[in-house]
Structure formats: structure tokens, C-alpha cells
Design a binder for this molecule. Sequence first.
Ligand code: HEC
Length: 136
Amino acid sequence: MKTGTVLAALCVVGLTMPAMAGPREDILQGYASAAKSADAGFTGFDAARGKTLYGQQNTASAESPSCASCHSASPLEPGKTRAGKIIDPMAVSATPDRYTDAAKVEKWFGRNCNTVLGRDCTAVEKGDFITYLSSL
Ligand code: HEC
């Protein structure tokens, strides 16, 4: 996609996001559009809300009460599945190909949000989460 096209798309939803074209930006753009259609008052993703989602303790699962349960307290460090398999760090600065495959991103949000929160994550939560992990 040309930079001009991306900029035009960003203007349509009224967002101020970095104008770097790429798969991660396309994924964020998709979540921004979904967030905007769910709530006309949506003004943009927020890394601080994403940080809260990453660490907050939930009640849906005793074994995995937070995203950090598997992904480690610091997103810059590797995490571990319940079976003990190593998970690469979630921060884009540590694992550069994070959030670049839309099908993978949706598959794991679907699975993990339901485990940890007992429901799907909203488009805003998904965008906040990726925004936070791209900011570290
Ligand atoms: C039970 C363990 C576990 C928990 C809890 C967990 N995850 Fe994950 N997550 C994984 C595994 C395993 C993968 C796939 C391996 C990988 O991507 O390195 C993954 C991958 C992901 C991905 C895909 C990353 C990419 O590169 O595209 C996202 C997004 C994600 N998780 C979000 C979350 C969120 C949000 C939470 C909390 C609501 C959460 N996860 C909690 C185990 C977990």
C-alpha cells in the first residue's frame, strides 16, 4: 500500500498514528476502524490502557489470571506456557515480527482473551495491547 493511501485512511478515521506503512500498522488500522464503528467517540489507542490489560489480575482462570502469567511480568523477557514451553518476548523491540500476521494475531487474541478474561477482547483492547507492546 502506498504511504499516501495509508495517510488518507488514517485521516478518514481521524487518528494521529505514525505514518509507517506495514503489516502491523494495517492490523492496527483494522482495529481502529472497528473501534470507531462500535463507538463514534473513539479517539485512538492508548499504551497505558494496554499496559494495564497486560498485567491486570482477572478471575476467569485460576491458572492464568493475567496475560503476564504466560507472557512474563516484563514483555521484554521471554514467557512460558503452562506446559513450560518458552514464548518469545511480546515487546516488538525484542521480537520484531510480533503482530505482523493478522491471522496469528486474531487466533491468539481469541484464545487468550477467553482464557484470561472469560470473553473476547474488544477492538479497543486489542489495539491498546499492540500499541503498548510496540512502544517499549
Ligand atoms: C496460557 C498461556 C497464555 C496466556 C495466559 C496468554 N497468552 Fe498470549 N500467547 C500464548 C502463546 C503460547 C502464544 C503463541 C506463541 C507466540 O506467539 O510466541 C501467544 C501469542 C499471543 C499473541 C500473538 C502475538 C503475535 O506475534 O502475533 C497475542 C496477540 C497474544 N498472545 C495476546 C495475549 C493477551 C492479550 C493475553 C491476556 C488477555 C494473553 N495473550 C495471555 C500464551 C498465552
